[in-house]
Design a binder for this molecule. Sequence first.
Ligand code: TRP
Length: 376
Amino acid sequence: MADDFTVTPWEVSGDIDYGLLMERFGTAPVDDALLRRIGRHGEIHPMLRRGVFYTHRDMGWLLDEYEKGNRFVLYTGRGPSGQTHLGHMMPWIFNKWVQDVFDVPMLFQMTDDEKFLFKDLTLRDTKSLAYQNALDFVALGFDPAKTRIILDTENISTLYPIALKVAKKVTFSTAKAVFGFDNSTNIGSIFFTTIQAAPAFLPSEQQGRQVPCLIPCGIDQDPHFRVARDAAPGLGYPKPVMLYCKMFPGLGGGDKMSSTDEMGTIYTTDGPKDVKKKVGRAFTGGRVSVEEQRRCGGNPDVCAVHKYNYCLFESDDSKLSETADRCRKGEILCGECKSILTDRINAFLESHQEKREKARDVIDGMAFDGFEWVKG
Ligand code: TRP
């Protein structure tokens, strides 16, 4: 069934129809005209060109303002519930590109409160995971002078007045309808969305004027920002502008990489042997036997290895489609593709892990208002 899937901030399941999801959420497609417009500012990122970032809210307005000299602030975030994996990194890599191309400040929110409320974790757990996750974010090279990391329980005195203003505009009935809460939901969870809205309005609050905010993130976060956008005009804030990506697939063939499937998940701290093992077991579009695959060809459209190249590991369009063609003709077998991808992931991780170590030296300076990380 085409509509048999769920995408919410807390659950992604089923076979996602991204076109239908865009319709359900009422977001606009990233079309050629928008791509051309973005392309005037810098070379289009492959994730945009290939439709990984595929839908948006108000990008046209954001660019109008930018072109008039009204710079936006970038904002994205992470709920620290476990170690960082490649699925988390994908939108962050894109955010780094936006920071570079548009030369804008960046806010990164770490919702240790959210993961305490929604998961079976202590506040100490989520706080120390926040540090581990933030190292990966910092390692991507965000400009330390222009980037600040907000840790909710540490920066709450800054967020709280804004969250309160948002809270006053959102009814319980809206929260129930948007997030599916019921009478058994803990009351912290019901309030939480206002905390996620707050960083989007923080620059406007600080500067006492309407500062545009762009939030590139996974489409699963749209429910939060629908609520935030509805509240914005009544509070004198501009509506946050959204640019959404598809979920990064799991190696096991699922629609979203998730720590609940350890073998289908590549963590940023994985070593070459882990990667080899995990990619070796990846779900592909291969046939039951070598002979049959040589004869009938494979199916790259369902192949996790192909999706990884598509999203992250092959930026050359012609090479990507050449490999897919050779797969369909049975000229290249899954083992070969897996071994190429293994090498690529390992090369990426080797360099990332070095940068992650160096991130320890600059991360303190990126803490919003200079809070102290829990590093243990
Ligand atoms: N709720 C997000 C998560 O669970 C974390 C988050 C906070 C976020 N602020 C954000 C994600 C802004 C995207 C954009 O991962």
